[in-house]
Design a protein around this ligand. Sequence first.
Ligand SMILES: Cc1cc2nc3c(=O)[nH]c(=O)nc-3n(C[C@H](O)[C@H](O)[C@H](O)COP(=O)(O)OP(=O)(O)OC[C@H]3O[C@@H](n4cnc5c(N)ncnc54)[C@H](O)[C@@H]3O)c2cc1C
Length: 393
Amino acid sequence: MRKTAAVVVIGAGINGCSIAYNLAKDGVRNVLLVEKGYVASGPTGRSSGIVRQHYTIETLAKMARDSLRTYRSFEQEIGGDAGFMQAGVVFLCSEQNAETLKKSVAMHQRLGIRESVLSPEELREMEPFLNIEDIGYGAYEPDGGYADPALAANSFCIAAQKEGVEVLLGTRVTGLRVQGAQIRGVITDKGEIATETVVNVAGPWGREIAAMVRVEIPIKPSRHPVVILKRPPQWRTPTPVWADLVNGWYFKPEGHDGMLVGSISSQEADQEADVEKYSVVTDYDEATTYSDGVLRRFPVMAEGLVKGGWAGLYDVTPDWQPVIDQIPEVKGFYCAVGFSGHGFKLGPAVGRIVSELVREGKCSSYDTTVFRYRRFHNGQLSAGDYDEYKILG
Ligand SMILES: Cc1cc2nc3c(=O)[nH]c(=O)nc-3n(C[C@H](O)[C@H](O)[C@H](O)COP(=O)(O)OP(=O)(O)OC[C@H]3O[C@@H](n4cnc5c(N)ncnc54)[C@H](O)[C@@H]3O)c2cc1C
């Protein structure tokens, strides 16, 4: 193990791998990526991998737009595979959210994102099994879809290694050394590394890493279950990803005959999960409730089957937006944490942002005001416009 590093990145999820890759590609030598498990062993490996651009906050929409471009041309741009499938993504809403939806689509079109507002009849034409009874409008982005998060993180990690990044797996960070408000080193269970720059990308453990330098980041880890159903034989046609803002669910095609279901309700994060002991399997009640959610939108699923499911962790902040910032109190301490259940799709852009912050002291590619750490102290939170669906930013 090397004894010194220019930058130590903590956490090899999608964002940590993308950050390490971008730093090295942009010319930073001696970057070390430290991970207590294996690549994507945290929430990244349990992610649904949906890649959509529909956000109400402009910076997020731009980041999602640019990240989608990378996922679509991953092999040429980064190397390796991210498993991207261009299935399209549809947002469904009632009259209640119609104004927000239409406003967001107009903003996206201005940013060059292909997205259009559809009527219930047009939606039914797109998917004959869709129940349109309570739908006011839909927003369709044909370029979105989903990727394979574990594959994407590993591909970023391999690309980072090719650029000279050293990756230490099975190595837990247990402390950070600070002297005169400046980072001086990283203490791990395998030894100490001297460094003046640390990037905390530890997801739900990000609060714990920040606490090592007495910085408090309000991250609440919460459990996010997903249920997988098998579609009935009469429904084998391709279908896009659906975000149902009427009832609070998302549905993602899984393989050629499956459907993955998860919740988009902010209430899901009401309860704090124990990061070491939470249940990683879905239970009977969850399978039943989530199946009902699918059934309401796709009545044909009455003939479907529950195949199983799993649960992962969200790292939720008070406004459901991440902290991507240099922490002012500790020189050399950067954070990219608190992605609140929507950080996979943003991974490529997050890598670029942190690389700029570390190398140039500021980010020129995006207005990152919404991600500032200080917002929790000055009360200027970065909530989006869908009140009950903060995950949509
Ligand atoms: C079930 C589920 C579905 C999701 N669906 C979507 C989706 O459809 N679209 C989307 O965009 N996002 C989705 N998300 C969110 C997305 O997956 C996450 O925001 C993203 O993967 C976070 O990546 P990350 O690199 O920031 O952190 P993580 O994946 O959380 O990785 C952090 C890493 O840090 C390591 N670590 C922690 N502490 C230490 C330590 N002390 N020393 C060394 N290493 C440490 C951990 O082992 C872990 O590997 C979903 C999340 C879940 C759980």
